[in-house]
Design a protein around this ligand. Structure first.
Ligand code: ATP
Ligand code: MG
Length: 503
């Protein structure tokens, strides 16, 4: 099934054989204490499960080379590219609110970074590429199930316009590992300008190694926030910017009903990207207390908690940066803007979701009463917002499919009345407002059951559903009428699906 390792003509648009890719490694400019150089453990007889042409384009890789033996070898870690010197990084973190001590890349291996289309660089990291000194009790592997979920959701989030790490491809193997049951293994080839986490900073802070802490902060500022290097206190500026990005990321998650599931500080990106797709989920029947991670019995990472936990995590980062910022007041000031930044972004996104271009005094009340009827009726989050754009402002037309989502019609009618009255203050034309709203409210999200169907097929070596979902989810705001059923309510069997940390 493999094509010959194809050599695409070199030039600005094409990169030759993956073995010759111009890997460098900005992270490895840090001293050896930050990482361990090592080789990935080869994945036995790997096969390509999925590839993202969009992600490939970010680093100028021609997806036509994707089926080649050379591509699979390099991007599963079975062959080390000429210029790549792989490594695993150390980090620590707070897990479920408790200091967990040293963690680190226990199954992720960084191949290096490549020049990116946007003029920056993209790190290429293999998740599930074998044991490292940071594996603790783990086997260093990832299973096909969780790897497909990470692959699909990374690319789906990019389609939604939400900051995220990317996934170039996922490769599988018949090799088995034990989780709750025996499962086959896989590697997700991830891409991000950096995989540095809040926990990377906490690591040096809690080990009282402030020299290393400073080196890490300087590396991050130089490589990813060069505009902050001239600030009076660049570390305070860094905390300010990361806090702002994190607050905005939380608002984006809330706006599409995305639940991360494991918001430990070791899963918080220093670039404000969504990082580590484990037991995530998209809100279906609305319940603000919904917990997507079956392992999270206390609901620390429930939907309604995410903005507060994002803030808690920024405080953990602030604590770690305190020796560099060298002022409690400055640290508090940097962190202090979290709530206002979250509120402003949340407000902006909610207005867009409801097709409101202006701000009115009672808008918060309208949002509150909307979430109250969604909660009371456990209404499907994605369908509600998508259908909302059909409502006419002037009469009671266009609300049938939307109204059908509610068992309690009277409460919907009461709210729809308020919403229509509010729309009439806008002077917007129904058709134009619908277009704008449909660009904010996705028709398609990665519902758990959709991922599960693709996984079940892939476990039988049929990867067509992975490709199909990926194709639909890269354009989640487009109607795509031929795929209407992918926007439907989940089937009854899906109510039994549970997603845990096991991956
Ligand atoms: N199968 C495994 N083998 C070795 N280490 C593991 C394994 N699963 C998880 N770990 C390690 O446990 C810690 C917490 O795991 P967590 O699930 O947050 O991360 P992850 O999903 O492995 O990776 P990432 O955060 O890079 O996406 C990390 O140090 C991780 O490397
Ligand atoms: Mg993690």
């Amino acid at each position: 099934m493999f094509m010959n390792a194809s050599v695409i003509p070199s030039g600005s648009d094409h990169i030759p054989d993956p073995v010759a890719l111009p890997f460098a490694n900005a992270f490895a400019e840090l001293p050896p204490a930050f990482f361990t150089r090592l080789q990935p453990t080869p994945l036995p007889q790997p096969y390509l499960v999925g590839i993202s042409a969009d992600a490939a384009a970010l680093v100028g890789i021609d997806p036509a080379t994707a089926g080649s033996e050379s591509f699979i070898d390099v991007f599963t870690g079975n062959v080390i590219a000429q210029h790549s010197k792989p490594l695993a990084a150390v980090y620590s973190g707070h897990q479920f609110g408790v200091w967990a001590g040293q963690l680190g890349d226990g199954r992720a291996i960084l191949l290096g970074d490549l020049p990116a289309r946007d003029g920056g660089r993209m790190e290429i990291q293999l998740k599930g590429a074998g044991q490292t000194p940071y594996s603790r009790m783990g086997d260093g592997r990832a299973v096909l199930r969780s790897s497909i979920r990470e692959f699909l959701c990374s690319e789906a989030m990019a389609g939604l316009g939400i900051p995220t790490t990317r996934a170039l491809c996922v490769t599988g193997s018949d090799q088995q590992v034990r989780r709750e049951t025996l499962e086959t293994t896989a590697v997700v080839t991830r891409m991000s300008p950096s995989f540095i986490r809040f926990g990377s900073f906490e690591h040096w802070y809690y080990n009282k190694r402030h020299d290393e802490l400073k080196l890490l902060a300087d590396n991050v500022i130089a490589n990813f926030y060069p505009e902050l290097s001239g600030a009076g206190n660049p570390y305070r500026a860094l905390l300010t910017e990361v806090t702002r990005r994190t607050a905005h990321l939380m608002a984006h998650w809330q706006a599409v009903g995305f639940m991360h599931g494991v918001m430990n500080t070791d899963n918080m990106s220093i670039l404000g990207l969504t990082l580590d797709y484990g037991p995530f989920g998209f809100m279906e029947a609305f319940d603000a207390r919904h917990i997507c991670n079956h392992t999270d019995q206390q609901g620390r990472y429930s939907y309604q908690m995410q903005p507060r936990i994002g803030q808690w995590n920024c405080f953990a980062l602030g604590q770690a940066l305190l020796p560099l910022i060298d002022s409690v007041e400055d640290t508090e000031a940097a962190l202090g803007q979290y709530e206002a930044e979250f509120a402003a972004k949340n407000d902006e996104l909610l207005h867009a979701k409801l097709g409101l271009a202006t701000r009115q005094a009672d808008d918060d009340k309208l949002f509150e009463s909307m979430f109250a009827i969604l909660q009371a009726g456990h209404v499907d989050f994605t369908l509600f917002f998508r259908r909302l754009s059909d409502l006419h402002a002037g009469d009671d037309g266009g609300d049938e499919p939307l109204r059908d989502l509610f068992i309690e019609r009277a409460s919907f009618d009461a709210w729809a009345g308020q919403y229509r009255a509010r729309l009439r203050q806008e002077n917007s034309v129904d058709a134009a407002r619908k277009l704008a709203m449909d660009a904010s409210n996705p028709k398609y999200v990665l519902r758990n059951y959709l991922a599960q169907v693709a996984i079940d097929k892939a476990q039988n070596k049929d990867f067509s559903e992975v490709a199909k979902l990926q194709e639909i989810l890269r354009r989640p705001f487009d109607e795509q009428p031929e795929h209407d059923k992918y926007a439907d309510l989940p089937p009854d069997w899906a109510s039994h699906l549970e997603v845990s940390c096991s991956s």
